[in-house]
Design a protein around this ligand. Sequence first.
Ligand SMILES: Nc1ncnc2c1ncn2[C@@H]1O[C@H](COP(=O)(O)OP(=O)(O)OP(=O)(O)O)[C@@H](O)[C@H]1O
Length: 373
Amino acid sequence: MGIELASLSKSYDGQNWTLKNINVQIKSGEFFTIVGPSGCGKSTLLRMIAGLISISDGTLKIDDQDVTNLPPQERSLSMVFQNYALFPFLDVKSNVAFGLKARKMPAAQLEQRVAHALELVGLSELKARKPRELSGGQRQRVALARAIASDTKICLMDEPLSNLDAQLRSKMRSEIRELQQNLGITLIYVTHDQVEAMTMADRIMVLHAHEVQQIGTPSEIYQHPANSFVAQFFGTPRMNLLSVHYSTKNQRHLQVDPLLDYVLPMDIEEGDYFVGVRPNALEIHATAQASNAAIKNIEYLGTQSIIHALLDNQEEVRITTAQNNTFSLGERIQIRATAAYFVFDNTGRAIFFNKGDGEDGRTNYKQTVTNAL
Ligand SMILES: Nc1ncnc2c1ncn2[C@@H]1O[C@H](COP(=O)(O)OP(=O)(O)OP(=O)(O)O)[C@@H](O)[C@H]1O
């Protein structure tokens, strides 16, 4: 079942918008992730879809039916919460069966449905246990089983993995993705974790400052971020943003002094811009000659290191190096950019990018990067 959000807005106090004008069509069977920093309104949006809080403005349709003002139980969807929302006094099986009992499902059918759901999440053996006798991951699976047993075609999940340790989280990520594929359900998944969003979703909606920043597939969002917020939200470590001024005097070259010269589109207007370069698109050369930066900090991460360097113009950049290196703090280095870079205007809007292979996706500019050094 598909879901359509048309100009959906929310104000809790009647004065300020928590969410403004959210538009998207979520396709049937899609894994759709809503991601953004804390407080951006992710849970609010999910709860509006669920019917747990009212919609201030706009229309919500499920399977072409207007459900804007329908109560939750008439929206044919299930929801999995961050804290699992299990009943502590009921055993696993009864927790999974709870919603079906409330719907007065015949006993035989209920038994079968619950057994199937428990089997899918690998909990059949533990069906007589109480939630307190389970690990965090197992509790999470009970909550998943409950959503599966409800047999709705749409499932909403609000940060379902945030209470789990990193290893279990990664395992559950692929389990949830697999279940969603096998069951063919439409899944709307809220997370603040960009890695979770990237690895699980068919499409991602990025929320920030009350508004949608971008909707796209993980690769669209990573390779063609709509603005500097999205560009810096995805990718670890964050994309470097270097401020530059482009004047008619240096018509063709936008100089990110002292790092690089970029050849820019000829029709760009005079003004302030940001050039974005991902940390893995910068290279360090250990040379005393023509150095342009000094090493400020080194984070060793085993197979790679993150180097924090201070450019001579006092801007700080992050660079990932592929292998262990012999750099030391304070050492003078030369930083060079490989070809891939982005240009944002002074509002942060992406106006240009260069993938480094001479093919510019969004624009048709055929430009290359030239090293000034
Ligand atoms: N019931 C409420 N009444 C008033 N304001 C609320 C209410 N619930 C949430 N808010 C406010 O709305 C904004 C969005 O909250 P929401 O919980 O949707 O954000 P979120 O993106 O899910 O954040 P997090 O990742 O921290 O859970 C916040 O500023 C929050 O304080």
